[in-house]
Write a new protein. Structure first.
Ligand SMILES: [Zn+2]
Length: 252
């Protein structure tokens, strides 16, 4: 991805720290960094309530000492991300059917860590973990990344069928015709259309899972990569493949 850049290498060390350290950092930030005055309590509670009742999206506590939400804007952006996914799918009922169960979003007060969607079995905090970092780089980045993480949740719940199928259907893999038994390996460079994002270093090239999350997110929310004319948009054929796959999930 072009902007914002990944955190500097030394900060990435945090990613490797065990959950205990994460919890400690969370506690420290809760004690020293919270700015509760920026939360408009009735509005924050209304957004959380709407996410829960309309979309079955459960966000962690929005008020009180355990809340890591720093502003009502963070909740607005989270809500926009969910609404944009629902718009692409056809509406709130289609969103709930496609997600096939509640989505838990945990807001943790951790500064230098990207938001993430842990695979099933490692999702003690939530299906999606939203960090300060996620919200510290502007509205478009925050919304885009939440959509990207929702893409990962869909993929985990399909047991990676989505990411495998979409990379196969868009040709994002290399197969050896001489040795068909070996199978194919993921290769975004082989795709029928360039992957969305930075043309020199597309994040989608990292793995089939990231490829899926990126083509999903840029189909749902093209606004983010469109900010910079140097970025590739998602190609029309790729976008159609994503939409057809999502429709197929509801038919199952
Ligand atoms: Zn990802």
């Amino acid at each position: 991805m072009t902007a914002p850049p990944a955190p500097p290498r030394r900060r990435r060390l945090l990613v490797a720290l065990p959950l205990a350290a994460l919890a400690l950092a969370a506690l420290a930030s809760t004690l020293y960094l919270r700015r509760p005055e920026e939360i408009q309590i009735p509005r924050a509670e209304a957004i959380a309530e709407q996410l829960r009742t309309v979309f079955e999206v459960h966000v962690s506590e929005v008020v009180g000492p355990a809340s890591a939400w720093r502003s009502t804007a963070e909740l607005e952006w989270t809500s926009t991300a969910v609404e944009r996914v629902a718009d692409t799918l056809g509406g709130p009922p289609e969103f709930r059917t496609t997600m096939a169960g509640p989505v838990r979003m945990a807001r943790v007060p951790v500064p230098e860590l990207r938001a993430f969607a842990p695979p099933m079995g490692q999702d003690v905090l939530g299906d999606i973990v939203l960090t300060d970092y996620n919200f510290d780089h502007g509205q478009n980045y925050a919304i885009y990344l939440i959509v990207h993480e929702i893409g990962h949740v869909l993929d985990w719940r399909s047991h990676k069928h989505l990411s495998q199928a979409v990379s196969a259907e868009t040709g994002a893999r290399r197969c050896d015709p001489e040795n068909p038994s070996i199978g194919c390996v993921f290769d975004a460079g082989q795709a029928v259309e360039p992957p969305p994002g930075n043309p020199d270093k597309p994040y989608a090239a990292v793995s089939s899972e990231e490829y899926w999350a990126e083509v999903f997110a840029s189909t749902v929310y093209p606004d983010y990569y469109q900010q910079n004319a140097a970025n590739n948009p998602v190609g029309p054929q790729t976008e159609q493949t994503v939409k057809t796959r999502l429709q197929g999930m509801r038919a199952e």
